[in-house]
Design a protein around this ligand. Structure first.
Ligand code: KG4
Ligand code: ZN
Length: 341
């Protein structure tokens, strides 16, 4: 069965052709327009999706050497995400399904991240713990079997990626901030400043990242380093040390709660997904601790960490195989919960 997957929930327009679990193409067009605003501007995101959706789908078909007439099912993200952005992908998919007379299914974006590790050659065994860390989400999920999972905890305020982006903005590093902080941090001293680690309830799986962002803000303000008109230029070494210290605080909490969940539920497989799973320190520590604790750690290739059509097509395939399909009255849902299908 050949499936076309479409993703437009945030600032990536992506389409992918999947044939029986095998990726034939995965085209991602990232919207650069948001960079100058220091964050994703919803209205601009919708317009860019509108412009790119057809060329991206055409390219996905071309690379997959597939004709539209060979596509047997469509999968599209219908939430959570930016409402206008979601509607572009959903309406496009509905029109295509109507024209081709083939089934389509709305996919929960969080499920797409959850199962993205099954796109690789090495797949986790069930049950596993999944840490989803992106610009919009930080969630720990217990995945019992295919399409059966339970949310253990999530962030009560900022997502981990959001904290990276906001701190990068304060430092004048541009958007998205994660990769920039990651790079600077790799040459810095993580013990330079001891930023607070928000464990909240020691036994629980909830996260909070807004406190650390505020701590960085105060630290910068106190030294007149805040990016703005009155700024004092921070020496390069100090910048690297600050980034390393911030990163250490974020990574420590993510790692310890993830392994705590694996221990509590006695699972031997951990999967990580979402944009922040590209973080080099997070990856390094996960793999190292996994080895020490004899737990297999799965992290998708970078292309499948961030938003992409392949992960949507994969969940679409799982749903369509089970004869689950959507009707034309399906609506986009900005705040769709991970428990919903
Ligand atoms: O999954 P994603 O592409 O989009 C959302 O659904 O949010 O994740 C984007 C987020 C951004 O906040 C970005 O700063 C962060 O992932 N990110 C990173 C790294 N690469 C991307 N954060 C830390 N380290 C990285 N290397
Ligand atoms: Zn995402």
């Amino acid at each position: 069965m050949k499936i076309l997957g479409i993703e437009t929930s945030c600032d990536e327009t992506s389409a992918s052709v999947l044939s029986n679990g095998k990726i034939l193409s995965n085209i991602i067009s990232s919207q650069m327009i948001h960079q100058k605003y220091g964050g994703v501007v919803p209205e601009l995101a919708s317009r860019a999706h509108q412009k790119m959706i057809i060329p991206v789908v055409e390219q996905a078909l071309q690379v997959a050497n597939t004709n539209l007439s060979e596509i047997e099912g469509l999968a599209v993200t219908y939430g959570p995400g930016l409402i206008g952005a979601l509607m572009v992908g959903l309406n496009f998919t509905k029109a295509l399904a109507y024209q081709l007379r083939i089934p389509f299914v709305g996919v929960n974006h969080m499920h797409a991240h959850l199962y993205s590790n099954f796109l690789g050659d090495y797949k986790p065994d069930y049950p596993f713990i999944c840490l989803i860390v992106s610009g919009g989400h930080t969630q720990l999920v217990y995945v019992e079997k295919p399409l059966e999972h339970r949310l253990l905890g999530e962030t009560l305020d900022d997502a981990a990626g959001e904290a990276y982006d906001k701190v990068a903005k304060m430092l004048g590093l541009g958007f998205p901030g994660g990769p920039k902080i990651d790079k600077l941090a790799s040459e810095g001293d993580p013990n330079f400043v001891k930023f607070p680690r928000a464990y909240l309830d020691k036994e629980g799986f909830e996260f909070s990242f807004s406190g650390i962002k505020t701590s960085v803000l105060y630290w910068l303000k106190k030294r007149n380093y805040l990016s703005g008109s009155y700024e004092r230029k921070m020496p390069e070494d100090e910048m690297k040390n600050l980034c390393a210290s911030f990163q250490a605080a974020i990574v420590e909490v993510l790692i310890s709660k993830t392994f705590m969940a694996a221990e509590k539920f006695q699972v031997k497989n951990i999967a990580v997904s979402g944009g922040v799973s590209a973080n080099s320190e997070l990856r390094r520590q996960l793999l190292k601790i996994g080895q020490e604790k004899n737990i297999r750690v799965f992290i998708p290739d970078f292309e499948y960490c961030t938003d992409n059509g392949a992960m949507v097509a994969l969940v679409g395939e799982m749903l369509l195989e089970r004869k689950i399909r959507s009707s034309f009255d399906l609506n986009a849902k900005a705040n769709l919960s991970i428990q919903e299908f």
